[in-house]
Design a protein around this ligand. Structure first.
Ligand code: SF4
Length: 191
């Protein structure tokens, strides 16, 4: 079965989703392709919610336990149970792609090396930029727990209030030197 949903041509296969057999595999297609927006897509999401593959020119988004593959040639692959779910997923991906495309127009395409480095930011790497006092002011009992939530997109880096104190300015200088503005925005360092 095929049709048009949210501006995409959608093919609903008979193949069952391997992870959840109540769902079927969906292939949506945008004939013009997504070009460099696919790399930018990986930069605007938290590192634990998206992974870029240089080999496949694909960003895999992890959303509510579901994997959504977005390819530069215009394909979007995911599993869904009905049309409402298909529509909702495609609307979510389309909004992300519009934001990614706007950033590519404004800033130019991101370097693949930067996208891959962003995807490799680990909890321990981010921890290096935190004061490591485990003061709990951010709402998490340890800096490690806070770093994990930031990488999952469930907390914002600016919520570590100690980073605004002069004593920790050297960490802010390092942070702003090591990461570009798109990455800092994705980590919640600024709006
Ligand atoms: S506010 Fe900052 S220093 Fe305090 S626990 Fe949270 S991350 Fe660590």
């Amino acid at each position: 079965m095929s049709g048009s949903v949210e501006g995409f041509r959608v093919e609903i296969s008979r193949g069952r989703c391997l992870k959840d057999p109540t769902k079927v595999m969906i292939e949506a297609f945008y004939p013009e392709g997504f070009g460099d927006s696919v790399e930018m897509l990986a930069l605007i999401l938290p590192p634990l919610k998206a992974r870029y593959s240089r080999q496949n020119r694909c960003t895999t988004i992890i959303n509510e336990g579901r994997l959504i593959g977005v390819y530069s040639d215009g394909r979007i692959l995911f599993c869904a149970k009905d049309m409402d779910e298909i529509r909702s997923i495609l609307k979510y991906v389309r909004n992300l792609l519009e934001e990614a495309s706007r950033l590519v127009r404004e800033k130019g395409p991101p370097r693949v090396e930067d996208v891959e480095a962003y995807g490799r930011i680990s909890v321990f790497k981010l921890y290096d930029y935190l004061p490591k006092t485990n003061c709990g002011l951010c709402g998490y009992s340890t800096c490690i727990a806070f770093a994990t939530k930031v990488l999952q997109g469930e907390a914002k880096l600016k919520d570590c209030s100690l980073l605004s104190i002069y004593e920790w300015k050297h960490l802010v200088i390092k942070l702003e030197k090591d990461f570009n503005t798109t990455i800092l925005k994705s980590l919640g360092w600024f709006a």
